[in-house]
Design a protein around this ligand. Structure first.
Ligand code: GTR
Length: 422
């Protein structure tokens, strides 16, 4: 007991130490120089799409893999066994068709089951589909008693009736306000939902989730530059995409990868790695998402690495309070999505995520989009509240806190409509 308490105490002191450095004051941001987006490691200026795609882009992908999120094993293009759990459920009074699918991955004598919940507008072939992870299981996203409960580990949340790390009926519909399924369906879009804990439970424990399927004999955690949880979630989203592409109802759809917060960090990295995502949306993604790390406003590299060491590769720890040493910053992550449309959203009260830094992360990705002749935000000044920009790099700032609101979805839908129109 004593040792447990002293460990707990040490952790609290460490966290308090990291937290006390948190700055919210714009005037205290020290001058910084961002790594140049359009100059290769060997000093070559990148002037064409060809040079970007053959030289600089692969270089930046490698830097994010090795220094930040960790590399996904090459063998991870694993094909799952597919079990259709529900083929054609009726949802939303017949307006939508519901499918539930299990993707079973097997390797190293271990098995991982990932559940996919899909709603498609009834009678519409190949609608554009939003694909997004959720925090408390697929059943949490809608008032729909037919959604199967995932048996995967989940953090306890008493208000949702989750007390033993297992999703219960109490979680049903608890996050429905973040997922306006009816609005999405009425707008002619589909939605595919995945519980992120199916792919990798969100705890600092590498004995569960997808990672162990790829361990060498005796290995217990990924190597220093190998995949953390964000890379694992990015990987899982691509496996959901494999499935959607194999299904006649969605084989010719456009695919929009959406994520909020840690899952917004995931959607950016997933969108960077897999060019089959036609459009990427990152809501309130903050540190390790779109916010410029060098600003050190709100959550910093050190704070995030202390609270959530498992999200990133171990190598990322070396940049704790050493942001200027990073060979990348987050504008370069957004640039990897070019020329595909990307949408970034911030909330005024979500200061922890550094809304100004989120805008700048989006804005400074512009040169990559301009290589393709695309329109980008005109100014480095963050737009006013509720004045969205819908150029190829889209952005809005809305009132309120860290959340996903109807306003956010109205913008995601309008932006997607504009940019995915054939
Ligand atoms: C916070 C974390 C953020 C963000 C957020 C979330 O605790 O500091 O980086 O990811 O969680 O995912 O809701």
């Amino acid at each position: 007991m004593k040792s447990f308490l002293s460990i707990l105490f040490t952790i609290l002191i460490m966290k308090a130490g990291a937290q006390s450095k948190v700055n919210y004051d714009e005037s205290k941001v020290e001058p910084y120089t961002l790594p140049e987006l359009l100059r290769s490691a060997s000093g070559q200026e990148i002037k064409t799409v060809k040079e970007w795609e053959s030289i600089r882009r692969p270089e930046i992908v490698r830097l994010f893999e090795e220094e930040v999120y960790g590399k996904i094993p090459a063998e991870a293009q694993l094909k799952p066994n597919i079990e259709i759990l529900e083929k054609e459920g009726t949802a939303l009074h017949g307006k939508a068709v519901r499918q539930q699918i299990a993707l079973d991955f097997e390797r190293n004598g271990r098995r991982l089951r990932v559940h996919l919940l899909v709603y498609l507008p009834a009678g519409q072939d190949n609608p554009p589909v939003f694909v997004g992870y959720n925090f408390y299981g697929n059943a949490s996203i809608a008032e729909d008693e037919n959604i199967l409960l995932s048996p995967s580990w989940v953090p306890n949340k008493k208000e949702f009736g989750i007390t033993e790390n297992q999703i219960t009926d109490g979680a049903r519909g608890q996050r429905a306000h973040r997922w306006p399924v009816e609005k999405i369906i009425d707008s002619g879009f589909g939605l595919a939902a995945i519980y992120y804990g199916d792919v990798d439970p969100d705890r600092d424990d590498f004995s569960d989730g997808i990672h162990p399927l790829f361990y060498e004999e005796g290995q217990t955690k990924p190597g220093p530059s190998e995949w953390g949880a964000i890379s694992a979630w990015a990987w899982g989203a691509s496996r959901a995409l494999d499935y959607l592409k194999s299904e006649p109802a969605t084989a010719n759809s456009k695919y929009i990868l959406f994520g909020h917060s840690r899952l917004g960090k995931t959607s950016l990295w997933g969108g960077a790695l897999d060019k089959r995502w036609d459009l990427v949306i990152a809501n309130n993604s903050g540190c390790g998402g779109v916010a410029i790390s060098r600003r050190k406003i709100g959550e910093t590299v050190e704070v995030i690495n202390t609270s959530f060491p498992h999200w990133f590769a171990d190598r990322f720890q070396k940049y704790n309070d050493q942001e200027s040493e990073m060979p990348v910053d987050q504008h370069m992550l957004v640039a990897l999505i070019a020329p595909r449309p990307v949408y970034i959203s911030s909330a005024v009260e979500d200061r922890w995520a550094d809304p100004v830094g989120e805008y700048l992360g989006a804005y400074y990705a512009s040169p990559a989009y301009q290589l393709y002749g695309l329109e980008t935000p005109a100014s480095d000044q963050q737009p006013s509240v509720s004045e969205p920009i819908h150029t190829s790099i889209g952005y809005h700032l809305r009132p309120g806190g860290h959340d996903v609101t109807d306003y956010d979805w109205e913008q995601f839908i309008a932006f997607s409509r504009k940019h995915l129109r054939k």
